[in-house]
Ligand binder design. Structure first.
Ligand code: PHE
Length: 448
């Protein structure tokens, strides 16, 4: 193939993205924002914010959302699915008590629209408004969330979370609060899941002073039984789907097992994570905890206690539907889309496997830090803006310090592999050349 034909295939957006003058304004989901020195949403991310995969009834993410909502309908929850991805730094971080120097706030981890607005990094960004307006004791939020991250088969800069929360008002229940909590725990449908729960540690994972020991225990128990119900529903469906696809692997006959481990989130105390024993390893599934008093009072809920959790949908959907690569969720290829339909958990049948080709890029980092030192996520972004979803993974494969000059050399290996066609060497070389020149221009590295 000639070079000009090869270039014609390269999307326009790929042209030296870092060097383009930044537009004065940026439009996300129909709203326009002024840009500033914080703006770092790239052209490859912007279109993802319009996709709304969780609202597509025939997409694995949408099917999983509906499965969970069906399990919890009639149990006192309102379902919110339409929140837009741009939120304020106040909603995403401040109100939840993130310290000012929390790494999650940095430009290398988060997509900023400008200094005050960003693409939400988690569904907890909507806790404030949901606690304020929710008409039922509890709610579920499902939404797309965004994080600058590495590139591999389980990481994509956009993914989906489902957040749940439940509150009880002391004013409303008065002296009957504890019996109300006990009755609500009893009302949660039972599962035969095996639970490992090392006793709760008051020193390393303390309860809050505004709650009695008994209240904290009951709210924690309600949270744990609720999440066990969710996990039970989803993972038993995954087993059923694998059985129907003909699998006879031994794990299919084992009872489902989960364990509770201590965690930390700035807006919950105590906090936990639930892990599921799946195909021989513990799978982190969901962070959760008892909501901090401050978050509730900020939302106008005085004298209220409650819990919240946030579960990532993409990795669970990969298990449920047997999807090997997270990029497949975003493909527009009919051979993917036509395999799934509303209400059905089916195992994905790969339509073909196209070979991957690796290219290495090696360089010396500048000795004196330039204005913008190269963060690994910047490199990921350059690769993504250049070759988009044709990149399967990017890995740091070598790093050393020159003994005499003290300069640091790094080598990254890019695996180019399309999910729907064969790539030519010429085409890959063009992408790789663009990645190299972009790196050299934007970060003053010396290519090797
Ligand atoms: N938002 C957290 C995350 O993204 C999960 C979480 C939600 C934790 C609610 C506690 C309460 O990891």
């Amino acid at each position: 193939m000639s070079l000009s034909r090869t270039l014609a295939r390269v999307p326009i957006l790929a042209r030296s993205y870092a060097q383009l003058p930044k537009p004065k304004e940026i439009t996300v989901n129909g709203s326009t924002y002024a840009t500033d020195g914080w703006t770092n949403i790239s052209s490859s991310i912007l279109p993802l914010t319009d996709r709304k995969l969780h609202l597509d009834a025939n997409h694995p993410i949408g099917i999983l959302r509906s499965l969970v909502e069906k399990r919890f309908s009639g149990l006192g929850y309102t379902f919110y699915n339409e929140f837009q991805p741009v939120v304020t730094t106040h909603e995403n971080f401040d109100v939840l008590g993130f310290p000012k120097d929390h790494p999650g706030r940095s430009k290398s981890d988060t997509y900023y629209v400008n200094e005050t607005h960003l693409l939400r990094t988690h569904t907890s960004a909507h806790e404030l408004e949901c606690f304020t307006q929710c008409p039922t004791p509890g709610y579920f939020i499902s939404a797309d969330v965004y994080r600058r991250d590495e590139i591999d088969r389980t990481h994509y800069p956009a993914f989906h979370q489902m957040e749940g929360a439940r509150v009880w008002s002391r004013t409303e229940h008065g002296a009957g609060l504890e019996s109300k909590l006990e009755a609500d725990i009893q009302a949660i449908p039972k599962t035969d899941i095996i639970v490992e729960d090392p006793s709760y540690n008051a020193v390393t994972n303390p309860k809050q002073d505004f709650m009695t020991d008994r209240e904290a225990e009951l709210v924690g128990t309600h949270l744990k039984r609720t999440l066990e119900l969710l996990v039970n529903e989803v993972f038993n469906e995954a087993k059923e789907s694998a059985r129907l696809a003909g699998s006879q692997e031994p794990y299919l006959n084992e009872p489902l097992k989960v364990r509770w481990v201590e965690a930390y989130f700035p807006w919950t105390a105590p906090s936990w994570e639930i892990e599921v024993w799946w195909k021989g390893e513990w799978l982190e599934c969901c962070g959760c905890g008892v909501v901090r008093e401050q978050v509730l009072t900020n939302s106008g809920l005085q004298d209220t206690i409650g819990w919240a959790f946030g579960v990532g949908l993409d990795r669970i959907a990969m298990i449920l539907f047997g999807i090997p690569d997270i990029r497949l969720f975003w493909t527009l290829d009919e051979r993917f889309k036509l395999q799934f339909s509303e209400g059905k958990i089916t195992t994905f049948k790969p339509y073909s496997k196209y070979p991957g080709t690796t290219r290495d890029v090696s360089f010396w980092l500048p000795l004196a830090a330039p204005e913008a030192p190269l963060h690994e996520n910047d490199l990921m972004e350059i690769v993504r803006n250049t070759a988009g979803d044709l990149v399967e993974s990017v890995k740091l494969v070598d790093e050393f310090v020159h003994p005499k000059t003290g300069r640091v050399s790094q080598c990254y290996r890019v695996n180019y592999q399309s999910m729907d066609r064969s790539l030519t060497n010429e085409e890959i070389n063009v992408y790789q050349e663009m990645v190299r020149s972009e790196l050299a221009e934007a970060f003053q590295v010396e290519l090797r």
